[in-house]
Unconditional design. Structure first.
Lengths: 141, 141, 141
């Protein structure tokens, strides 16, 4: 039994780039492996990554675009899982929960049927704050 | 009486783009509506958004620039308040406090009289850390 | 004796731009001056800034590139320390600890001997989460 049992990680995923998705999913996977709860709230460009087919196309931010090819080659050589593969594994844990931000969907004209089937809850910021207020680690990615 | 009464949200607003301003102000507004304190510390490009007239011109980050037009159209159709309108509403709550980062002002040659009148306190990082160390949710946006 | 003694700041440094390095190092320096522990975990583009010579070349993000010259001139006039100078000062405090993310090194083909000598620990996300789960302020920069 881990000493971290009962601890909680809560992350706002606002970015829609592959580095940030990896950060969110690596932290969540690590948390779950340590018996911590992991809650991810997807908003703005993060929410857009929950549209079917979007996560596979995620690239690096404009500032770091020149590093994209090298990173992709190394990830392939390492046989590193893709962000979507990581998300699907996370969904198998009952310590993991993900939320789609409802106002972001309206801002970008995204409908429920546009989203990947892994999304269960479409909620507002109040739900996230309720969860985050009881979390041990809170991050905005 | 909310169960979140007495809880505290503390955010560093480092970014100067419209999506990040919305994130900060939506989270702060939601917090205040839940009887939580909300403290926003504006630094770097976030501080620049406190210069008179700047917030109205805030756009999307370079990486997501192509989404700007669609987002603006949807926000208008939704009659969504602008970031500055949200800030002015927040100022009516005594649970809300905002701080301008003094070193950032010197770094970018910004004077007190350049700032919007809503700014009351110009402080350094120590003030933010004192507040954040007693907060329940801490984020860097 | 400070009232903040025994408090802890834990930051993920994911970005590799000069504004974000300043944010991380200013917050860490302020924390240490307040008798708080400061833990910085460098990953992705933050990790790349630990390669010898990289920190000196750090610029502003694409979105804010037009502000770079003005900021540099002001920093010089203010005789503000560079990020690397701030890091070297931080290393003199036993309240400060920094960590290099091991998977990021593999993703970008970076070897231990490529890193500045200030790096002592090369670890994974679990180490960071263990530290962050006991921290009072957690940020992702």
């Amino acid at each position: 039994m881990s000493e971290k049992e009962g601890k909680r990680l809560a992350i706002v995923v606002e970015s829609g780039t592959v580095d940030k998705l990896y950060c969110a999913f690596i932290l969540a996977s690590t948390a779950v492996a340590m018996d911590m709860e992991a809650h991810l709230y997807f908003t703005f460009f993060g929410l857009q990554m929950l549209v079917k087919g979007a996560m596979e196309k995620a690239g690096l931010p404009a500032t770091y675009k020149h590093l994209e090819r090298k990173m992709r080659e190394n990830l392939e050589r390492m046989k590193y899982p893709t962000p979507y593969e990581m998300l699907k594994r996370l969904k198998q844990s009952n310590l993991f929960k993900m939320y789609a931000c409802s106002p972001s969907m309206e801002m970008f004209g995204i409908k429920r049927e546009d989203l990947i089937p892994e999304v269960e809850e479409i909620v507002g910021a109040a739900t996230f704050l309720e969860i985050a207020a009881e979390a041990d680690v809170t991050l905005f990615i």
